[in-house]
Design a protein around this ligand. Structure first.
Ligand SMILES: Nc1ncnc2c1ncn2[C@@H]1O[C@H](COP(=O)(O)OP(=O)(O)O)[C@@H](O)[C@H]1O
Ligand SMILES: [Mg+2]
Length: 346
């Protein structure tokens, strides 16, 4: 995919002394869903508000194709936005809410009504069109907000933690629905969340942010399998941290010598990062590394949680059939089924 539809380059934004964004660059291809993922306060909302034109950058540029958006006010940027929650107009019906953006754009009444019903149908709420927002559940309200943002066929859809206020079940249903809708309409979308599972499950690419900077942007698979640094490795997916000894380009852990992926770490005692699916267990009586403390059955796979002799907790992800023997109290030897690992000085 050529990444040249939305082009954000070198954005910086301060609020007083607080650096909200620090030289932030991002390119999004037409039709792509890119998620900005990061801890609270890392600058996700600021990035979105700058793209929307609701805030003005201190420096840097935002281009949509060859159009420089810097001086274009928010209401001329043609971007649809959905916020965390409760952003519907309480005194308008569901259909009127969805038609609102079209009215602003001077679309005539019958075309507005037709479009509103079309969008409500897409999000499965056409039967609720005469209701008022307070008569809907949180999940339904967010569907209406989504329909409203899509009604005027925005060039970019901006979603700022739209699922964060919802219950787990509703949240996971709606995230699948957002993705399905986005793919079928082909709407270029910038999604913001602090929830890594949400980000990884629906995105073409995920950009991980930290302290106003974009640390890495990649497909979910590449982020998970090839995190650029320890911050990303820990932020994306479950990651074990165990102690090892580094000598040059190799590190000794659980009696094996593994290659060190990242180079700027000094020799000696280090933390070694290992995904649970690479931790293999073997029952043993004599030379145990750890003791099983619990086993979580998750269906086809199970998570076996072990405690090392030094107290460190290690998670192992195994097929449920393979892991049945690892009951609490069983002593195990650990093998790392990986050749190359990330390390840090801890
Ligand atoms: N209007 C504002 N005034 C002052 N500080 C702000 C304002 N908006 C954001 N900030 C600060 O900028 C940083 C980034 O905020 P934000 O973009 O909202 O982060 P996120 O959405 O990732 O939680 C935070 O430290 C936040 O407190
Ligand atoms: Mg935010």
């Amino acid at each position: 995919m050529s990444q040249n539809y939305l082009k954000v380059k070198g954005l910086s934004k301060k609020f007083g002394n607080v650096v909200a964004l620090n030289n932030f660059s991002l390119e999004v291809a037409r039709g792509e869903l890119v998620t900005l993922l990061g801890p609270s306060g890392c600058g996700k909302t600021t990035a979105l508000r700058l793209v929307a034109g609701l805030e003005r950058q201190d420096s840097g540029t935002i281009f949509l194709e060859s159009r420089d958006l810097t001086l274009i006010p928010a209401h001329h940027r043609n971007m649809g936005m959905v916020f965390q929650a409760y952003s519907l107009f309480p005194n308008l019906t569901v259909a009127e809410n969805v038609a609102f953006g079209l009215q602003m754009r001077k679309v005539d009444r019958s075309a507005r009504i037709k479009k509103a019903h079309e969008l409500l149908d897409l999000v499965g709420l056409d039967s609720q069109s005469a209701r008022f927002p307070h008569q809907l559940s949180g999940g339904q309200q967010q569907r209406v907000a989504l329909a409203r943002a899509l009604a005027f066929e925005p060039e970019i859809l901006l979603l700022d933690e739209p699922l964060s206020a919802l219950d787990a079940q509703v949240r996971s249903n709606l995230r699948e629905e957002i993705r399905r809708l986005q793919l079928s309409l082909g709407t270029t979308t910038l999604f913001v969340t602090h929830d890594q599972e949400e980000a990884m499950s629906i995105s073409d690419r995920v950009g991980v942010m930290n302290e106003g900077r974009l640390e890495q942007i990649d497909t979910p698979d590449d982020l998970y399998n090839h995190p650029k640094n320890v911050f990303i490795a820990n932020f994306v997916g479950l990651m074990n941290q165990v102690s090892g000894t580094k000598t040059g380009k190799s590190v000794s852990v659980f009696g094996a010598n593994l290659k060190v992926k990242n180079e700027v770490v000094t020799d000696g005692r280090v933390l070694v990062y290992i995904r649970p699916e690479f931790v293999e267990l073997e029952c043993t009586e004599s030379d145990a590394d750890a003791k099983v403390i619990s086993r979580l059955f998750l269906g086809s796979v199970s998570q076996v949680i072990c405690q090392l002799n030094d107290g460190t907790i290690v998670h192992s992800l195994l097929s449920s059939r393979m892991s049945a023997e690892f009951a609490p109290g069983i002593r195990v030897k650990i093998r790392v089924n990986e050749d190359e690992v990330l390390v840090s000085n801890g």
